[in-house]
Design a protein around this ligand. Structure first.
Ligand code: NAP
Length: 513
C-alpha cells in the first residue's frame, strides 16, 4: 500500500471557519495539521466576493473573532477588502502559514475503515488524516440558474461571487438577476456608471436603513489603549441581537413593528406609487434575510433603472425575457442568484462508511449532530454545518461555538487513544434534528409566507439555528460520548487477541474505553 503523508487533522477551507479551526487547534496544542485551500490565498467567501459595494451587514466589532479583536476597524460595517485583510492578518499573527496548503482542492476524501482514517485526494497530492474538519462554508459555490437560451447570449455573463474586474460595465446595458443581499449592494454601486440597469426581481426583499458610519480616530485609540472598551462594544452589539432573535424564533408577530420601519425606508426613497407597489413584499419581514441598505431604493428610483417584477425565464440572443413576458436588450448579465447551500458540492466528495457519500446520506435533507458530525462519517465534522446559520447576528459566534465542540472532540479522541474513531449514532442525530425541527415550526422562517435559501427542496429549513447563540454555545460546549459509537482498530504489530473482534465494529462510546 502506498504510504501518504499523514496528519492528525486536515482542515478544509481557509475562510473564517477554517482559519478559526487552525487557531483553535494550535491553542489546544495540536500542531500536526494542515489547512487545505483550493484557491491561492486565504479568505473564503470574503476573498471570492469582491463585487462593487461588497461589505458585511453585521458590525465588524461583532463580525470578528473574539480571540482576535481589531481595534482599528474603519467603519461600523466594514467593506470586503478590510475583512479580507483581517483574515490575512489573523493568518500571520497566529502562525498559520506553515499549515496552509494553497491551491489544494479536495477531489475526494474516503473513509478507510480498516485504519480509521480519511484518505484525502487533492489537486496537489494525496494525504491522510485521523480527523477531517470541513470548513468549506455554505456560501462558497455560486448557483447560476439553468436559463433556457443562455448559450445564445453574445455578451458578458458572470456571477456576483466571481466578479470579472477586467470587464468595464461603464456605459453598458446591464441586467442584474436577483434581489438578495449581494444584488442589493451591487445595484447602488454600479447604477451611476451603467447606461441602463434592468433588475429582474422575482421576490421583493424587505430593506431596512443601514446606519453605517466611520469609526473615529478617537474611538479607535480608545479601543487600542483600553481593550475592555472594544469588548464592551462587542457585548452590546451581541446583546441587542440576542434579544431580537426571540421575535424571529418565537414571536414573529412582533416583527410587524420592524416592517413599519422598512416601509418608511421604501416610502422615503421611492415616490412613484407604481414602483413602490412592485417593491413591496407580501410576506413577513425576516422570513427571507432582511437587507440593510440606505442606497438600494434610491438607486432603483433613478431614470436609468428598470425594475422587472418577475424572474428571468429565457434568453434569446441579447434579449432577456422575464417570466411575465417583458423583454430587455442587454450587453451584460450579472447573476446575483446565490449559492449551493442545501446541496453543497463538497458533499459528493465525502465518501463515508460503506462507500456512501455525504450527498447520498443528505439526499432526503441535510442532517447532523449538533451541526457538526454525521452518522456514517466517523471523525468528520463540519463547521457551519446543518442548522447553524443565523438570521440576524454574527456567524462568527456560531463558528466559535463549533470550534469549542471541535476542540473537545479532539481532546476526547486523544484520551481514547490514536486508534479510535467516533461515529455519530443515528438515534442521536435524529433526536437532535427532531428538537431543532420542532422549534423551527414557530419561527418566522416557517410561518412568514415566503420561500428562501434557508429551505431545502422539500421546504425543510436545514440551514438556520432556531434559537439564541447562547443556547447553541451551551449545546456545543462538550462532546457527549453517549451520542457516539466508538470504533477501534487493532494495533498493527500486535498479535490478535482471542475473543470477539472489535476491528471495524461499533461499541457504544465510553470515556476511557
Ligand atoms: P440569495 O440571497 O440566495 O439571493 C438570490 C436571489 O436570486 C434571490 O433574490 C432569488 O429570487 C434570485 N433568483 C434566483 N433565480 C432567479 C431568476 N431566474 N430570476 C430572477 N431572480 C432569481 O443570494 P445572495 O444575494 O448572494 O446572498 C446569499 C447570502 O450571502 C445572504 O443571504 C447572506 O447570508 C450572504 N451575504 C451577505 C452580505 C452582507 O453581509 N451584506 C452580502 C452578500 C451576501 P427569490 O428571492 O425569488 O428566490
Amino acid at each position: 500500500m502506498t504510504e501518504h503523508e499523514h496528519v492528525r487533522v486536515a482542515v478544509i477551507g481557509s475562510g473564517f471557519g477554517g482559519l478559526g479551526a487552525a487557531v483553535r487547534l494550535r491553542r489546544e496544542g495540536v500542531t500536526d495539521f494542515v489547512v487545505l485551500e483550493r484557491a491561492g490565498s486565504v479568505g473564503g467567501t470574503w476573498r471570492d466576493n469582491s463585487y462593487p459595494g461588497c461589505a458585511c451587514d453585521v458590525p465588524s466589532h461583532l463580525y470578528s473573532f473574539s480571540f482576535a479583536p481589531n481595534p482599528d476597524w474603519p467603519r461600523s460595517f466594514s467593506g470586503q477588502e478590510h475583512i479580507r485583510a483581517y483574515l490575512e492578518h489573523v493568518t500571520d499573527v497566529f502562525g498559520l502559514r506553515p499549515h496552509l496548503r494553497l491551491n489544494s482542492e479536495v477531489k475526494v476524501m474516503t473513509w478507510d475503515g480498516e485504519r480509521l482514517r480519511w484518505v484525502i485526494e487533492t489537486s496537489s497530492g494525496t494525504l491522510s488524516a485521523d480527523i477531517v474538519v470541513s470548513a468549506t462554508g455554505p456560501l462558497s459555490d455560486p448557483k447560476v440558474p439553468d436559463i433556457p437560451g443562455i448559450d445564445t447570449f453574445p455578451g458578458k455573463v458572470f456571477h456576483s461571487a466571481r466578479w470579472d474586474h477586467d470587464y468595464d460595465l461603464r456605459g453598458k446595458r446591464v441586467a442584474m438577476i436577483g434581489t438578495g443581499a449581494s444584488a442589493a449592494q451591487i445595484v447602488p454601486a454600479i447604477q451611476p456608471d451603467v447606461a441602463k440597469l434592468t433588475l429582474f426581481q422575482r421576490t421583493p426583499p424587505w430593506v431596512m436603513p443601514r446606519v453605517d458610519r466611520a469609526i473615529s480616530g478617537a474611538e479607535r485609540l480608545l479601543h487600542r489603549t483600553l481593550p475592555v472598551t472594544a469588548q464592551l462594544r462587542r457585548a452590546l452589539l451581541w446583546g441587542i441581537r440576542e434579544l431580537q432573535v426571540q421575535a424571529f424564533t418565537k414571536r414573529p408577530r412582533e416583527l410587524g413593528l420592524v416592517e413599519q420601519v422598512a416601509r418608511r425606508n421604501l416610502f422615503r426613497a421611492v415616490k412613484d406609487p407604481e414602483l413602490r407597489a412592485r417593491l413591496t413584499p407580501d410576506y413577513r419581514i425576516g422570513c427571507k434575510r432582511i437587507l440593510l441598505s440606505s442606497t438600494y431604493y434610491p438607486a432603483l428610483a433613478q431614470p436609468n433603472v428598470d425594475v422587472v417584477a418577475s424572474g428571468l425565464g429565457e434568453i434569446r440572443g441579447s434579449t432577456l425575457v422575464a417570466d411575465d413576458g417583458s423583454e430587455a436588450e442587454v450587453d451584460a448579465i450579472v447573476f446575483g442568484t446565490g449559492f449551493h447551500v442545501t446541496d453543497m458540492p463538497i458533499a459528493d466528495r465525502v465518501v463515508g462508511v460503506g462507500g456512501r457519500t455525504l450527498a447520498e446520506a443528505w439526499a432526503p435533507g441535510m442532517k447532523s449532530l449538533r451541526g457538526a458530525t454525521a452518522a456514517g462519517f466517523p471523525n468528520w465534522m463540519t463547521i457551519i454545518g446543518p442548522n447553524t446559520g443565523l438570521g440576524n447576528s454574527s456567524m462568527i459566534l456560531m463558528i466559535e461555538s463549533q470550534l469549542n465542540y471541535m476542540a473537545d472532540y479532539v481532546r476526547q479522541l486523544d484520551v481514547l487513544g490514536d486508534r479510535a474513531a467516533l461515529d455519530a449514532r443515528p438515534a442521536a442525530v435524529d433526536a437532535w434534528n427532531h428538537r431543532v425541527q420542532e422549534r423551527m415550526k414557530r419561527t418566522v422562517w416557517s410561518t412568514g409566507g415566503c420561500t428562501s435559501w434557508y429551505l431545502d427542496q422539500n421546504g425543510v429549513n436545514t440551514t438556520v439555528w432556531p434559537g439564541t447563540t447562547t443556547e447553541f454555545r451551551g449545546a456545543t460546549r462538550r462532546v457527549d460520548l453517549a451520542e457516539y459509537d466508538l470504533l477501534r482498530a487493532p494495533a498493527p504489530a500486535q498479535p490478535v487477541p482471542s475473543g470477539p473482534s472489535v476491528r471495524g465494529t461499533k461499541k457504544k462510546a465510553e470515556a476511557g474505553a
